[in-house]
Design a protein around this ligand. Structure first.
Ligand code: ZN
Ligand code: ZN
Length: 136
């Protein structure tokens, strides 16, 4: 599998403090101009999927109907979980969710995709890469 290495000194690399265990998780976040929408996290791990076909569907509008239509076609994650609306990236230490402030319909247009250290990004067409934060 391809690995994308992002250094801790990059602008879009940062840390999140876990609300439960208070340890630090490093993560890379796509910029607000990245067009990384919509994206959906796995309900068991921090892997994320971002598909062009979904983007065509929600490019001009977002709605519960569109979300339901996409959700019905989201695949399973290799970890045994499933990519699901409303799922979140998780603490690498204890697995607690980093909760999102918006609801799943609102998140259809969220371009800021947070990929925690070690998680994988899928494109739904067989493409996948793992994010590794270096320089910690
Ligand atoms: Zn934690
Ligand atoms: Zn998973």
């Amino acid at each position: 599998m391809k690995t994308e290495r992002y250094h801790t000194r990059l602008q879009w690399v940062g840390t999140m403090e876990c609300p439960r265990c208070h340890k630090i998780t490093w993560a890379w976040q796509s910029s607000g101009m990245s067009e990384c929408f919509p994206h959906f996290f796995c309900n068991k791990c921090s892997n994320v999927i971002h598909r062009k076909e979904d983007q065509r569907l929600v490019w001009e509008e977002k709605s519960q109907a569109l979300l339901d239509r996409i959700a019905a076609t989201l695949p399973d994650c290799p970890c045994g979980g499933r990519f699901t609306p409303g799922a979140n990236p998780k603490c690498v230490h204890c697995g607690a969710d980093f909760e999102h402030t918006s609801d799943p319909v609102e998140r259809l247009h969220d371009e800021r995709m947070t990929v925690v250290d070690g998680a994988c990004v899928f494109d739904g067409e067989g493409g996948v890469y793992r994010v590794k934060i270096v320089g910690k």
